[in-house]
Design a protein around this ligand. Sequence first.
Ligand SMILES: C[S@@+](CC[C@H](N)C(=O)[O-])C[C@H]1O[C@@H](n2cnc3c(N)ncnc32)[C@H](O)[C@@H]1O
Length: 225
Amino acid sequence: LLLNFVLAESALELVPEGMRRSPAVVADAKRRGKEPSMILLDRSFHHSAMERLEEGEKRGRPDLVHQALLSVTCTPLYLDGKVRVFVQTCAGLTLELEKRTRIPKNYIRFRGLMEKVLMERPGGGLVKVFSASMKELVRRTVSPDEVFGLSVRGERMKPEALASAVVAARNPCVLVGGFPHGHFSKETSATIDRLIRIEERPLEAHVVAARVVYEVEKASDVTND
Ligand SMILES: C[S@@+](CC[C@H](N)C(=O)[O-])C[C@H]1O[C@@H](n2cnc3c(N)ncnc32)[C@H](O)[C@@H]1O
C-alpha cells in the first residue's frame, strides 16, 4: 500500500506582495531581521493586515499545517515509507516530502524551513516545491484510482470503513483541508470522487489526519497478514 496524503489548500504561504507594506507585517519582519517577502503569512501576527485579503479566513495558519504534518509524519505507516505527503498551498504551490522525511517538531524551526523552501523552491531533495493546480497535482502527479476528500459536508462513514475503501484502491489519495475555516474550493471538489465525513462535528485537520492514517495502518496490517 502507498497512501497519497494531500493537505489541500493549506494556509501556508509567504506574505503576499500586496501586504508587504502593512505596518503589522513590516513590524514583524523587522523584529525577525528579515524582509517582509521572506516571512510566512501568520494570522497571529498579521491579523490587522489580513482584513481585506481574498479568502482571508482560510489563510495565514502555518501552525495548523505544522500540526497536521506532524500527525502524519510521526506515524508508523509514514515511517515505513507507505505515505507520500503533499502540501498543496492556497497560493498554488505544492510541497512534496521525500519518503520518510522528518519535519522539525519545533515550530520556529519548521517556520524557518518553510520560509526557505518557499523562497528557493527546490526541484528535488527532502522537500520539493513545484507549481501546480489542484487538478494537475491530483491527476498528473498523483494519478490515483480513487480520491477521498474529507469534509464535514461529506457522506457519513466510519473511519474504519473509509480505511477499508482506501486500502482496497490500487493508488489511493486522501485529501484533508489544511485551512482553519471554510470548505474545499470548486476546483478541489472537482478532483474528489468520494466526499466523506468521519464525525458529525467539525474537527481540526491534525485530528482528522491522525485518525485516517491510523485506520489505514490497521486496515493495511489486516490485508498484509
Ligand atoms: C478545521 S477543518 C476546516 C473547517 C471546515 N468547516 C470543515 O470541517 O470542513 C480542516 C479539515 O479537516 C477535515 N475535517 C474536519 N472535520 C471533519 C469531519 N467531521 N469529517 C471529515 N473531515 C473533517 C476536512 O478535511 C477539513 O477541510
